[in-house]
Design a protein around this ligand. Sequence first.
Ligand code: ACM
Length: 678
Amino acid sequence: MKYFLILLFGTFVSNAQIASEQLNLMPWPQKIKLFEGTFALSKNFKVNITGNPNDRIFIGATNFVRRLDGRTGLFLEQSFLTKINEKPEAELQINCTRNGKIEINEDESYQLIIASNKIIINATNDLGALHGLETLLQLLQNNSTSYFFPVVEITDSPRFTWRGLMIDAARHFQPVDVIKRNLDAMASMKMNVFHWHLADDQGWRIQLKNHPKLTELASDGNFYTQKEIKNIVQYADERGILVIPEIDVPGHASALLTAYPEIGSKVGEGKITYEIQRNSGIFNATLDPTNPKTYEILSSIFDEVCPLFPSSYFHIGGDENNGKEWNANPAIQKFKQDNNLMNNHDLQTYFNMKLIPILKIHNKKLMGWEEIMTENMSKDAIIHAWRGTNEGQEAGGALIKAAKSGYNTVLSNGYYIDLMLGLESHYLNDPLPKKIILSPEEKARVLGGEAAMWSELVTPLNIDSRIWPRTAAIAERLWSNAEVNDINRLRKRLKTISFRLEELGITHIRNKEVILRNISNNQDTRALNDFSNLCEPLKNYKRNGGGKKYRMHSPLTLFADACNADAAQALDFNEAVNTYLDNKTVANSKAVTNFFKKWVVMNNDLIALSTNAPLVQPLLPLSQILSDLAEQLLSEMDKKKKVNPTLMKDLLEKCNTRSPADVELAVYTSLKKLVDIQ
Ligand code: ACM
């Protein structure tokens, strides 16, 4: 009898597990129990809040109701939520014990219980409750006529406390609405740190009333007013997100030094001046760490920046100081000798250490890119790792070194979404991989990670498509259990998750059509769309090799801007090719050759389009080669006609050369497999 019961129970659990895998949840919760039955949604559906939460839960619950109504079109009766226990009879009850604090290591856990006639969210505080509401929205299901939630019990909390997104607003300015919609999207993925890169060689983006020269001389008029900054910090707070400002020093300082050349390190004849940069790259402009005026100016800048941001951290950048101005300045070299500073790294530590007491006045701890980690750096600093690997014994990554040396640390290496790499590389990049060799104490210093959106090649038009949906995969890596790592399951869920981001104003899907319409000169965009689904922008900064092709005023409205990582059709083609190579049936062959036929038609359509669309011209060489190769492969596979192998190899290689459109064919590897077997 006992044996029988165990068997029965086992069947129930595994069925429930299979069923729960059909749910499009992201990040995947820690514990989920799915039961038979549903909660039916009607226009009378209401929400009630009890306990002692922060008022942000009212905004969160109101936004929840509006989004639910937008999806279902039910004309829900409840309007704005403003009071505790306003609707005691409501079907959704949210209970929060206390006020949540927007800071690291705060309790963000929640429990979501859906029964057939009642829904309960229990959370220690409003931050967990907000996460519970996002999960509930993701659980919404429908049949042909109505909407419902499954009966389910979810217990959830984050694996890492730091789940961030950095947006660089310096290279290309990103206006308030771009930031706000991305904060909404972050909150939907349970991310809790927005790192705002506000100053770099290409611009100073924050209004400082005591230093008007900064925005007058070094922003091209593109900056956030203090009112806008406060408004965004408040908006983030309402969504449970901490905002960390970054003012990058002592390098990346062209903008700062355009306004204050007197604290630069450059030497030369006559008056020293600096200019904001129009290219990408690493530049020489560096603050003079030996000049007391440098600290005076920085101190008064921080006096104005710090109060705008309630967070306890302040990011000082500290990366990529090339040391050229320091090396060329005899007074700085003498200062190093006089102060026993062996090298530029020591000098930079000297500089960083001077910033610590300045920030302490404002109760801020210093955070910086990994270059700030030198022997004498204060252990209070957070090290932001962006280079090296964190796997295995030989791992040279700064993350490991930082954790071993007693620093708290955050990982961005592997989360550089501007590299335009595929989903998988980010998703499988675990801050604490199984093989990592760290003690439990050291592991606890790994706070989490941050997706890094550098903006050399993004404007408000294309930035969302570079951030999303790949950042959702990073959000899951940082929230969910390490064992949740099946890329196929992720891809499947991501289809729905990506679509739902549109509800929050994210433009990653719709702006593709906007860009393609511009390229087509307002003609039919179908062929362009088909081609864009086979191409990916050049990866690893190859698109802008040397940082000079795309300047800060160059067009980012081109075909490469419409294309994205993880080209959609390429995934389908690769699967068709693999299926065919495993089993060369007529049906499997046809699945592949259907692609080829489409590509030949697509190329002809693009040629036709180009007669009245100059922006299509740069695409034609690649499209033509693809079409030629498709015709050759069609002859082989359909008509069984032997084709000259040298010609095929030649075409294949041409598929792999740099296109003037700055994209690469995402089907190249699969095409190679087919050519190689002919
Ligand atoms: C960096 O990418 N320079 C932090």
